[in-house]
Design a protein around this ligand. Structure first.
Ligand SMILES: [Zn+2]
Length: 117
């Protein structure tokens, strides 16, 4: 299904108004929250491989109770967005959506490795 420009902006307004920006201030997020990000695919016209990469990250970093570190995930998301050449406006949205810090003092974890942001 393709959305017209006016449908897209209506959807964006709806998403912004129903999405509490402080939702992801918490330290840990659920793996299901990563899967839910696909709802933004149509609105922003984002490629599915962008979300595939995020879900792969969540799956390999989730601990036993299906939780992962929100700050590390945010850092990975922003880095992946740059690599996938996602527009700055869209990345600003994701940056606000996750209200926490990006990574930890310039670093984030992916499995057992530490990466520079
Ligand atoms: Zn972390």
């Amino acid at each position: 299904m393709m959305l017209s420009e006016s449908q897209k902006s209506k959807t964006l307004v709806r998403l912004f108004s129903v999405t509490p920006m402080s939702k992801y201030k918490s330290v840990a997020m659920d793996i299901k929250d990563v899967q839910k990000l696909r709802m933004f695919s149509e609105v922003f016209g984002l490629p599915s491989y962008f979300f595939d990469g995020l879900e792969d990250y969540a799956n390999r970093n989730a601990i036993a109770n299906k939780k992962l570190c929100t700050s590390c995930f945010k850092a990975f998301l922003l880095k992946t967005g740059q690599e996938c050449v996602i527009p700055n406006r869209t990345m600003s949205f994701f940056s606000s959506y996750f209200a926490c810090e990006s990574g930890h003092n310039g670093y984030f974890l992916d499995q057992n490795a530490v990466y520079i942001i």
